[in-house]
Design a binder for this molecule. Structure first.
Ligand code: S3P
Length: 447
């Protein structure tokens, strides 16, 4: 797909449902007794794979109008799946369901696509082993496909999460649902807290204590009853990031995005863009289904480079690729500190972003766990990947790399081509239509 300089972007756009909340609502709906009704579920490939996983573990799920209705098995009552569960591209789906089903005393095989099969799973298998789970099979380096088998009785543990990861935290808590007694997750750096909130909403006995140094102790009592819930999924701030940055870098733009999730563990990008001088109005802040949401109005802005502190990385971990694109249009340097986790996402995002920026004439420097981008206000001279003798941007099966560089092409002087737009469907199937509706110029590269 090729993105070319847009005249301006304007209008109101409905960003699809939050991916993290969608995965968790499908997973907990499939586990709880009774009926869970979900409105606004993200119907991206990743979440559809989670729905399939819940069905394979015994849940019944179907649509009623726009809502999804799930009848769960009841906590402790998942069924043994008949075949391997394939999570496609989804690290969140795979890791959360490993925690959920890996504590049951039957074998479950977890599989994924080429990208997911390269990603480290030891971070999930290690705590599960402490809870009694056996690793029956895996590829070298604890890579998928992996077969787990839980013990007869799962051991509740206290586990200190070694890297800032909501997936690891959630996997341990979900395994703890099947253990007698109290499972404690110690989280030194706070990550997105949707699992804690939603577990409480489904009736789990869970409490969170935050120490003065910010360390969180999350205690969950296992083997309790979970009851089906009504859930409204707010719009995904990580998907909103693409039209937000596009509106900022395309001159004359004025875009409104209603109902965006504003949970403080997810707003690091908006904070950073405001520091860079972005014109973003946050209005109508309210609560919906236990989460804070707001409407955002974004107008084109001349950005300036900033240093993004490492402490903020967990609250914007998925937004660095598109922040790097914003930084390419900002005056001066933007330094992103302590972002080593980006190397184990759907792709090595530091390498993929660095290569993509360079192919489009942006000066950037990449370290083991940092990235520095020097911007060109107005995007003069930027772009050009996919023309002349420059290869298109390599997206490495990574939806966020694909969308970030298409956004770049909307603001750059020269068009930007990416090698594969298909991964976009994992998290934001409506991306192309929504962006075109706002005025984006996106065309398939074969004409
Ligand atoms: C997610 C957690 C993050 C994030 C991912 C979604 C979640 O991963 O990158 O897109 O829903 O729990 P880590 O837990 O690896 O940081």
């Amino acid at each position: 797909m090729i993105a070319s300089k847009a005249k301006s972007l304007s209008g109101v756009a409905a960003v699809p449902g939050d991916k993290s909340i969608s995965h968790r609502s499908v997973l907990l709906g499939g586990l709880a007794s009774g009926t869970t009704r979900i409105s606004g579920l993200l119907e991206g490939e990743d979440v559809l794979n989670s729905l399939k996983a819940s069905r394979m573990l015994g849940a019944i799920a179907g649509k009623e109008g726009d809502d999804w209705i799930i009848q769960g098995t009841g906590n402790g009552l998942l069924l043994e799946p008949e075949e391997a569960i394939d999570f496609g591209n989804s690290g969140t789906g795979c890791r959360l369901y490993m925690g959920l089903a890996g504590s049951y005393d039957f074998p479950v095989t977890f599989a994924g696509d080429a990208s997911l099969s390269k990603r480290p799973m030891g971070r999930i298998v290690d705590p599960l082993k402490l809870m009694g789970t056996q690793l029956l099979d895996s590829r070298e380096g604890c890579r998928l496909p992996i077969t787990l088998c839980g013990p007869r009785v799962t051991a509740p543990i206290e586990y200190r999460v070694p890297m800032p990861s909501a997936q690891v935290k959630s996997a341990v808590l979900l395994a703890g649902l099947n253990a007698p007694g109290i499972t404690t997750v110690v989280e030194p750096v706070m990550t997105r807290d949707h699992s804690e909130k939603m577990l409480a909403g489904f009736g789990a006995a869970i409490e969170v204590e935050t120490k003065t140094d910010g360390t969180r102790f999350i205690r969950l009592e296992g083997q309790g009853n979970l009851a089906g819930q009504d859930i409204q999924v707010p719009s995904d701030p990580s998907s909103a990031a693409f039209p937000i940055v596009a509106a900022l870098i395309v001159e004359g733009s004025d875009v409104t995005l209603p109902n965006i999730l504003m949970n403080p563990t997810r707003t690091g990008l908006v904070t950073t863009l405001l520091e860079m001088g972005a014109n973003i109005d946050i209005s109508n802040e309210r609560e919906s289904g236990g989460e804070r949401i707001a409407d955002l109005r974004i107008r084109s802005s001349q950005l300036k480079g900033v240093t993004v502190p490492g402490e903020r990385s967990a609250s914007m971990i998925d937004e660095y690729p598109v922040l790097a694109v914003a930084a390419a249009f900002a005056g001066g340097e933007t330094l992103m500190e302590d972002v080593g986790e980006l190397r184990v996402k759907e792709s090595d995002r530091l390498a993929a972003v660095g290569a993509g920026l360079k192919a489009n004439g942006v000066s950037c420097e990449e370290g083991k766990d940092w990235l520095k981008v020097t911007g060109t206000p107005g995007g003069k001279g930027l772009g050009g990947a996919g023309s002349g003798n420059i290869a298109p941007v390599a997206t490495h099966l990574d939806h966020r790399i694909a969308m970030s560089f298409l956004v770049m092409g909307l603001g750059a002087e020269k068009p930007v081509q990416i090698d594969d737009a298909s991964p976009i469907a994992t998290s934001f199937p409506e991306f192309t239509a929504l962006m075109r509706e706002l005025g984006a110029v996106l065309e398939p590269s074969n004409g």
